[in-house]
Design a protein around this ligand. Structure first.
Ligand SMILES: C[S@@+](CC[C@H](N)C(=O)[O-])C[C@H]1O[C@@H](n2cnc3c(N)ncnc32)[C@H](O)[C@@H]1O
Length: 223
């Protein structure tokens, strides 16, 4: 799918991909090879996933399912559609607990259902560059490509559950490799070539062990 000049930059990775295809053909077990969460564990030393929160009546939360998250590591990403503060979000915001407000008023709608999902998919389809996707929309499906993109499910800290992660806002630099954008779980609502893509990541405030749930402070952002 990649254009040749781009493909040549990733010969090593493509060789690994071919090996995995051969393994699949030999063993007929593709679903057991190179699952995103396994790649995450092998690459960063931990994996995370959504599960029922340890807090009563809090719905789902995000847990470290394997390994250890070292202090200072990016442990998750906040997926969703990026709205500048002057852009309309009225209908998407009704009864929507997944809207993240950045310090400068930019909003991220991380709801994976309803009109929010439709809007994200529409914007993601609009911004394709030939065969290249400019964003990851698999966080809206059960076949996720980027297992970090569950940050909108992290619950708020409470008296007996201190925050172990914080939010860090960043703008994706213009030099970010175009072929890697397909793994970024954010897309702008308006097709505006002037502004940089906003992303929000969650950073570990301390070492976080296997089995622990992630908790943030909804009202604290690191600049
Ligand atoms: C951004 S969502 C987080 C994901 C949510 N737990 C879910 O399953 O959809 C925020 C909502 O989670 C719940 N929540 C988050 N932190 C909580 C807490 N400390 N105690 C109780 N409910 C919480 C509240 O319903 C809140 O509106």
């Amino acid at each position: 799918m990649l254009p040749d000049p781009v493909k040549s930059k990733y010969q090593d990775l493509l060789a690994i991909e071919h090996q995995s295809v051969e393994l699949f053909e030999n063993r007929h077990q593709q679903q057991n090879i190179f699952k995103p969460e396994e790649v995450l564990y092998k690459t960063l030393g931990f994996s995370i996933a959504r599960a029922t929160s340890s807090l009563v009546s809090a719905g789902k939360g995000v847990f470290v399912t394997k390994g250890l998250v070292p202090k200072g590591a990016v442990v998750s990403m906040y997926p969703g559609t990026i709205y500048q503060k002057y852009e309309p979000i009225f209908f998407q915001s009704i009864g929507n607990p997944f809207i993240f407000r950045c310090l400068d008023g930019v909003l991220i709608d991380g709801n994976d259902k309803g009109i929010s999902k439709v809007v994200y998919r529409s914007c993601s389809g609009r911004d394709r560059l030939g065969p290249l996707k400019m964003s990851d929309s698999t966080w809206l499906t059960s076949e996720i490509h980027n297992p970090l993109a569950v940050g909108q499910y992290v619950n708020n800290c409470s008296n007996d559950r201190a925050a172990n992660v914080c939010y860090q806002e960043l703008d994706v630099p213009a030099v970010f490799p175009v072929e890697l954008k397909q793994y970024l779980p954010n897309i702008t609502y308006s097709h505006d070539k002037q502004s940089l893509l906003r992303c929000v990541v969650l950073v570990a405030l301390r070492d976080i062990n296997q089995g622990e749930e992630l908790f943030s402070n909804y009202y604290t952002i690191v600049c």
